[in-house]
Design a binder for this molecule. Structure first.
Ligand code: ADP
Length: 403
């Protein structure tokens, strides 16, 4: 069985082709592609890689062509002398990451015209992401007709959160209009929970976890027995933690003030999403690596940005903790969570009173899918590499097998 995964974002796209071997999706894809639509104003960066090989460039397309312009990229899988597959029909399923599934979808779902229509109706809730997913679904429906397509939603994992965690203290009529907390990054939070159970060699049903997805976007989930009971992102991916260029939660009174001062809604949207967070505070970059380097060189605002990031992360870990009756493990994932020893060290500093204590040597040693806590700490601290595409392929396989 071959499963093609498409993870289409607002300005980039990642795709992987997986093989199912002995009933399990092989973790190493047969083929991968990454597309950056913002590479140059007139040029898209497209790279592909086959199992065992390095990244090679694929002929560029103008960025304006968008996802539709990627038809030759996907067709190269089954057309031409170098094709990996004998034809499009050799693909058994196509899995798409869909950021917003609203309240309707609690699990991965095979795409039908109705599902497609719903993803379209949810565009106002995810204006930067759902349109890209739809374009991918439509393109592959056209290029590989008749192959089942599956939507794997980033919101689905959080759909069973208790009402107290899912609603805002706003007029109830707003909740009835769909203004409630959806949460995001569910594909990775769920994957981290399962992987944590494997690493700890304990059943997921008995674990209490806090998963920290720290990438360009950052969010936490409190997970009880494999179910998300609270998360930091809400109606949109703007709520919660401080992020690369997003503010995370701020006093809504500030927004009212800025609107009263004459700031346009578009400008406010841009500032909160693109000019805040690490970038806004440091004045340098949304990239944690740049902030850390500048901090080491004595840049005061980079230090302030780092301190704010950690302060908010620790505060919200505390808030997640209050939804659990104990904590078995704290999980770090995402580009920052997986790679930044200073972030993990600062997050866990002086938390011995909670049973959290990391081993500085293990933490500094580029940990991957392992436990970095001291041998006698009550709470395990794990570093887990995000494997979003593999998780999507696995969800896709489960849907096809009717699980
Ligand atoms: P996305 O959320 O777009 O998938 P990633 O999960 O790749 O992004 O995370 C990107 C973030 O990870 C950036 O802030 C980047 O600086 C950070 N990052 C990557 N490697 C390191 C590192 N070695 N140290 C600190 N931060 C890192």
């Amino acid at each position: 069985m071959n499963i093609l995964v498409i993870n289409a974002g607002s300005s980039s796209l990642k795709s992987s082709l997986f093989q199912v071997v002995e009933g399990k999706v092989d973790a190493t894809p047969l083929w991968q592609a990454q597309v950056d639509f913002t590479y140059r104003p007139e040029e898209t960066l497209i790279q592909t890689r086959r199992r065992g090989g390095g990244w090679v460039s694929f002929p560029s397309i103008p960025p304006q062509a968008g996802i539709n312009g990627l038809a030759p990229l996907f067709q190269s899988l089954w057309q031409g002398e170098e094709a990996l597959l004998p034809g499009a029909k050799a693909i058994d399923a196509i899995g798409h990451r869909v950021v917003h599934g609203g309240s309707l979808y609690q699990r991965p779902t095979q795409i039908s015209p109705i599902v497609e229509q719903t993803i379209e109706q949810l565009i106002p809730l995810a204006p930067a992401h759902n349109p890209a997913a739809l374009e991918g679904i439509r393109l592959l429906g056209h290029l590989a007709p008749g192959i089942p397509q599956v939507a794997v939603f980033d919101t689905a994992f959080h759909q069973q959160m208790p009402a107290a965690a899912a609603l805002y203290p706003l007029p109830y009529a707003w909740a009835e209009q769909g203004i409630r907390r959806y949460g995001f990054h569910g594909i990775n939070h769920e994957y981290c929970a399962r992987r944590a159970a494997e690493l700890l060699n304990r059943p997921l049903s008995e674990l209490r976890l806090i998963t920290c997805h720290l990438g360009n976007g950052c969010s936490l989930a409190a997970i009880r027995g494999g179910k998300s009971v609270d998360t930091t992102m809400g109606y949109t991916p703007l709520e919660g933690l401080m992020m690369g260029s997003r503010s995370g939660s701020v006093d809504p009174g500030i927004l009212i003030h800025q609107l009263r001062q004459g700031m346009s809604v578009e400008e406010l949207d841009r500032i909160l999403n693109r000019e805040s967070g690490l970038k806004g505070v440091s004045g340098l970059s949304s990239d944690m690596r740049t902030v850390l380097e500048a901090m080491e060189a004595g840049h005061k605002r980079a230090e302030l940005a780092f301190d704010l990031f950690i302060h908010r992360l620790r505060s919200q870990i505390g808030s997640m903790l209050m939804n659990l009756d104990r904590l078995d493990a704290l999980v770090f994932s995402g580009g920052i969570g997986e790679n930044s020893a200073p972030v993990r060290a600062a997050t866990c500093a002086d938390l011995g009173f909670l049973g959290i204590q990391i081993d500085p040597v293990l933490n500094a040693g580029s940990p991957r899918n392992c436990d970095i806590s001291t041998f006698d700490a009550a709470v395990r601290v794990l570093v887990i590499s995000a494997q979003e595409d593999w998780a999507i392929a696995t969800a896709c396989q489960a849907v096809l097998q009717g699980e």
